[in-house]
Design a protein around this ligand. Sequence first.
Ligand SMILES: Nc1ncnc2c1ncn2[C@@H]1O[C@H](COP(=O)(O)OP(=O)(O)OP(=O)(O)O)[C@@H](O)[C@H]1O
Ligand SMILES: [Mg+2]
Length: 249
Amino acid sequence: MIKITNLTKEFSGQKVLDGLNLDIQKGEVVALVGASGAGKSTFLRSMNYLEEPDAGTIEIDDFKVDFQNISKDEILTLRRKLAMVFQQFNLFERRTALDNVKEGLKVVKKISDAEATKIAKEELAKVGLADRENHYPRHLSGGQKQRVALARALAMKPDVLLLDEPTSALDPELVGEVEKSIADAAKQGQTMVLVSHDMNFVYQVADKVLFLEKGHILEQGTPDEVFNHPKEERTKEFFASYNKSYLKD
Ligand SMILES: Nc1ncnc2c1ncn2[C@@H]1O[C@H](COP(=O)(O)OP(=O)(O)OP(=O)(O)O)[C@@H](O)[C@H]1O
Ligand SMILES: [Mg+2]
């Protein structure tokens, strides 16, 4: 069980996260949606301290940190528990797919080379890249690179996988393969917090949707509740304009 309380972050006097609270159950997939600038990325990045929150706490089972008073050791532990996949893959260009996945296992988890190789091969196979182990990122498609990034994050067996628009840098025809790998991990019980503009995907994969607006959770519920029966005017407006710009009627 993961519990976030009072997560607060200002940028030059502007409250970007305004005391957010969120409980996440094991195996749950939580999706953050909302307009550009709502604070979605800041929320994810604050969870694992890539962004320094001004206040708040996070509890992951019996590990609890207060962001105002966090130690170096706690930051490292937190990042081990919360692995992140970014829009822009962030792979090491001079390392093969296999070595990219092995890196964190060896450096962070201090796992032996043989064991790291075994785990990395398994994770690459799970995302359908068993035959690309020895490829360098420049010889992989965007979708393949993102699946390597996903395998790298999953190999760390994180308590929570954080995904910030993992498919928005991809050509449309490559989106499906990455979404399938994410959905597979969700089916295997991987707890996730996902930011995505792909509402069809969110609808399929999320257990809970949070609609963020100006650093507040304005509305939350199942995808059906939030998408099809929004209560707040602002949420209704958002989905109405979303449907107009993305979907054909
Ligand atoms: N490093 C920073 N310095 C100053 N302001 C920032 C910084 N990062 C984010 N902001 C501001 O915080 C607000 C929230 O940004 P954030 O990136 O979290 O939004 P978002 O919901 O992820 O938007 P998008 O959908 O466009 O990715 C924005 O007003 C943004 O300009
Ligand atoms: Mg963002």
